[in-house]
Design a protein around this ligand. Sequence first.
Ligand SMILES: [Fe+2]
Length: 314
Amino acid sequence: MIELIDIAYVRSGAKDIEKCVGFARDIVGMKYQGSDQGVHYLRADRRHHCLAFVEGESGVLSSGLVLRDEQALLDAAAQLESIGLPVHRGTVEEARSRRVTDFISFDDPWGNKFDLVIGQVQDPSFLELTRPSSGITEFGHICVDAADIVAAAKFWNDNFNVKVSDWVQGAAALMRFNKVHHTLAVFKGDEPGLCHINFQVDTIDALFRNWNFIKEHNVEIEQGPGRHPQSTAIFLYFKGPEGLTYEYSYGVRLIEDEDAWVPRTFDPTMFGAIDMWGGSSQKPSTQRQILTTDNDQDADAVRTLSAESQPASA
Ligand SMILES: [Fe+2]
């Protein structure tokens, strides 16, 4: 069993790097940590970064999940290989680019690429969000698409310490590996990709302040403000450049009594099943996964740019 400790980051390819970085910094409100060899880092909490834009083709490159130590990494590689999934061992250069000590990567059976990392670098300095009024407190969760959510949930349940907290019938498996109702989710989608990246905010006021702010800046709202009955979180989904959907949310449920919790099923055709307030139930759009076969964009970016640029502080 592979034991996840935390989520680490999302790594996304950006054609228009200034636009993507500018949106994450000035609209979402994250702190820009600088760039290094074509990779631009954004911070939202204690992590060095939880979002990295890699200059190149648009699309999600990978999502990072944290394991405990080197032995856990080795065991995870063996486990994934035992079920027939090829595992890539990260190079020193690739690990440096991710600001982790070591990592492996694999594609889930639906084509979503994940990095399993150890030793994610923490930033001990005081976090000065670009937009403090955003109220961001934490990188909250990652949601990917899969064609078969029941099989995807089984994959995570069989191989990882991941349990389904609630089902949205035919639409989503909301999953946990700690008390938080969901830190990882799989939404029904025909192609692999990142459905959204979530940030928790500190108050309901921040959520609604952000709503007004992004409306004033003509950002496309995909869903919300609304409230999910599963997690009880108040949410707002909005679309950034190059198809990356962001979510702010406040008030996620904690599952304190692990043994007593039984996953519930919600029918998305019923009123309130997605949004208790009756708002739109249309799924947020997905940023497509850049497939391994497309080329190794990370490696290419590093090779191309390392010859031209001096590493900046990041
Ligand atoms: Fe979400």
